[in-house]
Write a protein that binds this ligand. Structure first.
Ligand SMILES: [Fe+2]
Length: 511
């Protein structure tokens, strides 16, 4: 292993205390300014994350000197951190922005744990997390929330403040965790002023690190991370708007740009070793089980997708979209997904998906305009998936999606070109945490199109929030949790609408 992979492997090696330079007091600030996080829970462990950044918006290095330092970590069965069951010391390397990714193992399934880091004299906040039930264990219920699209300049994160107060098992993030754009000096929409170092668009690793640092200073985001294990994927804005594979309509070939962006994503998320960036790929797609009740297929809809065959963005449908070579997930991920779905014994099979799978016919009989950045641009790939859901008799496929800054509840048809074809899955598209800000934004534009799409059971384009899902053996319930405004971090939340999917019957009804 060379490069980043080698360094990251080194960072995983447990260190004898004092093996590295003793941490000197850095430039004065608290080193855990970006909070703590846990992720990818399994029956016997999870990933613990933090990044040392005593001066998080400093132009380079977050206020750390460019040398490796030792960070201690602990896992306990109590919030006071007195009953410690695992502990160790790891290296935080400058090559990985002094981020830390620890994977404790050998813990008990379906249990709550607490964790904490120490650097020098400073202790991190205590995070709470939990393991998942053992494979095949009969599980009567579970709940989770999903979120996406948190443009910092567009508003505060009251949605995360409320999400942090939920009684749920985990959080799924579906992408647009950060946006690539420069931050205006006044911080944007009613946010606080930021240093001029943030005014440029993100193109380099250093600039990306600043962007993640800025976002992660948000106290409500930190609260939500510290409270639950997260399962994260990305969408386009973690690199550049609407990109496909190594191409962008705005930036051309993005190979180098993408490598820097992917590394920064790894550095700032609670991801396992398997996601350490390699030369040609960063493996993000993966599968997590929750006893016999649910399986989460976490999809990467950006890294391997074809350039949209009918054109970028809003464009007419075309025959090239049906060419067998068209792919959204890439051949390897697609086979992995289809094989896994066929083999799954879970009652609810969740696809954590980036862009909308349901069709949105923009103009009905008068034309054939679609949005080609979503699955509508890749009908051959969508048909392979929907055919498989039917043929393999996959149990209760439910697709959870981000991207659109809008809510959609969709029946997924086996073939959207044949309106009489059966419903094979249910899709919930959640709105944004903050992106698009307050006010009527997408309702006036997309609202009039809904009439051409009878498979769309519900649409709202003008609210911000997150989605809470509660699963038991007979029913999946979805509650749309909205906030009244993103102009304040303490805005109230309310349940805007609720839906249910019955076991064995694809398609949601209002509950
Ligand atoms: Fe977005």
């Amino acid at each position: 292993m060379g490069g980043i992979a080698g360094l990251a492997a080194l960072a995983q090696v447990p260190l004898a205390h004092g093996a590295l330079a003793a941490p000197r007091p850095p430039s004065g600030g608290y080193p855990f300014s970006l909070g703590v996080a846990s992720g990818d829970p399994s029956p016997d462990g999870f990933v613990l994350w933090t990044r040392l950044a005593p001066d998080p918006l400093a132009a380079h290095g977050g206020g750390m000197r460019p040398q490796p330092v030792a960070v201690e970590w602990k896992v306990a069965t109590d919030e006071a951190m007195t009953k410690v069951v695992r502990q160790g010391t790891v290296a935080a390397l400058p090559e990985l922005a002094h981020s830390v990714h620890v994977e404790p193992t050998g813990l008990r399934p379906d249990r709550e744990y607490w964790y904490q880091f120490r650097y020098g004299a400073d202790l991190s906040p205590v995070g709470r997390t939990r393991t998942t039930p053992a494979p095949g264990t009969r599980v009567s219920s579970m709940s989770f929330a999903f979120a996406s699209c948190q443009n910092w300049s567009n508003g505060y994160y009251p949605a995360y403040r409320h999400l942090a107060g939920e009684d749920i098992d985990l959080v799924v993030h579906l992408g647009d965790y950060v946006y690539e754009g420069g931050i205006p000096a006044d911080g944007g929409y009613r946010r606080t002023p930021v240093p001029a170092t943030l005014s440029e668009q993100c193109r380099t690793l250093d600039r990306w690190r600043l962007q993640y640092a800025l976002y992660k200073t948000d106290p409500d985001l930190q609260l939500a991370h510290a409270r639950f294990p997260w399962i994260v994927t990305w969408d386009d804005h973690e690199v550049v708007n609407d990109y496909a594979g190594e191409e962008s309509q705005y930036a051309g070939s993005i190979k180098e740009l993408r490598a820097a962006a992917y590394q920064a994503f790894y550095e700032h998320q609670p991801l396992r070793r398997a996601s350490i960036p390699q030369t040609d790929e960063m493996r993000l797609y993966r599968r997590l089980g929750y006893g016999d009740l649910a399986e989460f297929n976490v999809l990467d809809g950006r890294q391997y997708r074809s350039v949209p065959p009918c054109g970028w963005g809003e464009a007419p449908a075309c025959a090239a979209g049906y060419d067998p070579s068209v792919t959204m997930l890439g051949r390897r991920q697609e086979s992995w997904l289809l094989d896994g779905l066929a083999a799954s014994g879970a009652r609810w099979n969740v696809l954590a998906n980036n862009v909308m799978m349901g069709r949105l016919d923009h103009d009905g009989p008068s034309g054939d305009i679609l949005w080609h950045d979503a699955w509508d641009g890749f009908p051959a790939a969508r048909n392979r998936l929907t055919d498989h859901l039917a043929q393999a008799e996959v149990s209760n496929p439910v697709i959870i999606t981000g991207d659109w800054h809008s809510t959609f509840v969709n029946d997924i048809k086996r073939d959207f070109d044949r309106p009489d074809s059966p419903v094979v899955a249910t899709e919930f598209v959640g709105t944004s945490i903050s992106s698009n800000g307050d006010g009527e934004v997408y309702g006036p534009y997309y609202g009039p199109m809904i009439q051409y799409n009878p498979h769309i059971r519900f649409f709202d384009g003008d609210r911000r929030g997150y989605v809470r899902c509660t699963l038991d053996r007979g029913q999946w319930r979805t509650d749309l949790r909205m906030v009244t405004t993103v102009s304040r971090s303490d805005a109230p939340a309310y349940t805007f609408a609720s839906f249910a999917v019955e076991d064995g019957t694809p398609g949601a009804h209002q509950a």
